[in-house]
Ligand binder design. Structure first.
Ligand code: HSE
Length: 439
């Protein structure tokens, strides 16, 4: 029997992920010790209510409400309670007392990441956060370590399972947004009282800030992430997308860009976009997540799997635990976050995308020419034009629907084109504007 040094592990939070982490650690402790080269003793689980019902059996004597005392003397502190406070203060306390910290708290990292990483660096500790983005999917370590020798060009991520479930349901079952949200709520994906963290893209924006920071070796604050949610997406848009060979996905986009003066910068943004049905991300259904990476040397890579779930996310936390234990055994300071590139974060107006714009127009001579002029005045080149039809509008005049696909152009020019179309007397209504990504 090998004698290992014992590492004291303190856990904060016993919700769906925390309870599974405790349960798996207790069940597989010996095997994890062999992998880590150190014993992993769960010394306690700090919770608000020691008698609350848990999703896994955990010995009652492990529970405490005294998180601060639990942290003292811990070698590794796992924070899975969520929220900004007291999680931030407790993590800082743990780091300052010399513990390595593991967290799945994306909101905290996206908001106070820089402060926490600096605190870890100052004391030579390390902060691990594989569970913070895309649940069970290994994506932090691949970006931080495996791809550290490459240059990331772009990341397109489906990092919010709830919105992917809703959009997929609209596409595959034909439910409206409201019906699909109700289904997502019934199945426990969407928060009943307020689903906006998912539907308005806040959750995805937090994950985007974390991914962009890692990919581009730059601190990307949450406020710098452009965010649009899915609440404006209609069943008509989903159906039109299908007919045109696209699917609508809420994408987290992190992209290396060059501005007009040749200065390199980055863009971090979240919005619903059209993705070609041929793209690997189009095959990501229900509440699954996937992160598609375009790297200069490695080419295209896709990481796919469960983006949430108690036991699935616990897998990511336990992977971090084994890494943290190995580091303790080897000794020496933790590896600081790499922010050396410090790239400027470019405004949305400089982002270049393609658009699909649907218009309702009066069907009479000169309309197409007038619309083409509006595009050319903004320097936006039309790639595809599809006219379908033909009915009468409210005034009884013949009306047509135009779906115009553009070549790549700057967001500023495309946005100006959409405004001009909305103001044009030949356009009855701009019915849909969606960006096209992934080509
Ligand atoms: N609410 C998130 C989602 C899971 O729907 O993917 C936690 O990040």
């Amino acid at each position: 029997m090998i004698e290992y040094r014992n590492l004291r592990v303190a856990l904060l939070g016993a919700g769906s992920v925390g309870a599974q982490v405790a349960s798996l650690l207790l069940a597989h402790g010996e095997e994890l010790a062999i992998r880590a080269g150190a014993g992993l003793e769960l010394v306690g689980v700090a919770v608000r209510d020691v008698d609350a019902k848990r999703s896994a059996d955990i010995p009652h004597e492990l529970f405490t409400t005294d998180a601060e005392s639990l942290i003292l003397g811990a070698d590794i502190f796992i924070e899975l309670m969520g929220g900004l406070e007291p999680a931030r203060t407790l993590i800082l306390q743990a780091l300052n007392s010399g513990a390595d910290v593991i967290t799945g708290n994306k909101a905290l990292l996206a908001t106070h990441g820089q402060e926490l990483f600096e605190a870890a660096e100052q004391v030579g500790a390390q902060l691990y956060y594989e569970a913070a983005v895309a649940g069970a999917i290994p994506i932090i370590r691949p970006l931080r370590d495996s791809l550290a020798g490459d240059r990331i060009k772009r990341i397109l991520g489906i990092v919010n399972g709830t919105t992917n479930f809703i959009l997929d349901r609209m596409d595959t079952v034909g439910e409206s947004l409201e019906e699909a949200l109700a289904t997502a709520t019934k199945l426990g994906y969407a928060e009943k009282s307020d689903p906006s963290a998912d539907t308005e893209g806040y959750d995805a924006a937090q994950k985007t800030a974390i991914l962009a920071s890692l990919a581009f070796h730059t601190t990307v604050p949450l406020e710098a992430v452009h965010r649009e949610g899915i609440t404006g997406v209609t069943l008509d848009q989903i159906e039109a997308a299908r007919k045109a060979g696209y699917v609508v996905k809420l994408l987290a986009i992190c992209e290396r860009l060059t501005d007009a003066d040749g200065v390199e910068g980055l863009s971090a943004r979240v919005y619903p976009a059209l993705v070609s049905r041929d793209h690997p991300l189009a095959a990501v259904h229900v509440a699954k997540n996937a992160v598609f990476i375009e790297a200069e040397a490695a080419g295209d890579l896709m990481f796919y799997g469960a983006g949430a779930g108690g036991i699935e996310t616990a897998s990511a936390v336990l992977g971090d635990l084994v890494s943290a234990a190995r580091r303790h055994v080897i000794g020496g300071p933790g590896v600081a976050e790499s922010t050396h590139a410090n790239l400027p974060i470019l405004p949305m107006s400089l982002v270049r995308t393609r658009y699909q714009i649907s218009l309702s127009v009066v069907d009479e001579p000169g309309v197409l020419a007038a619309i083409a002029t509006l595009f050319s005045e903004q320097g936006v080149s039309v790639e595809t034009l599809n006219q379908s039809v033909l009915s009468t509008n409210d005034d009884g005049a013949p009306s047509a629907t135009l779906v115009i696909g553009t070549h790549e152009a700057s967001e500023a020019h495309l946005a100006a084109t959409v405004i001009a179309l909305g103001e044009s007397h030949v356009v009855s209504r701009v019915t849909s504007v969606l960006r096209v990504e992934g080509s």
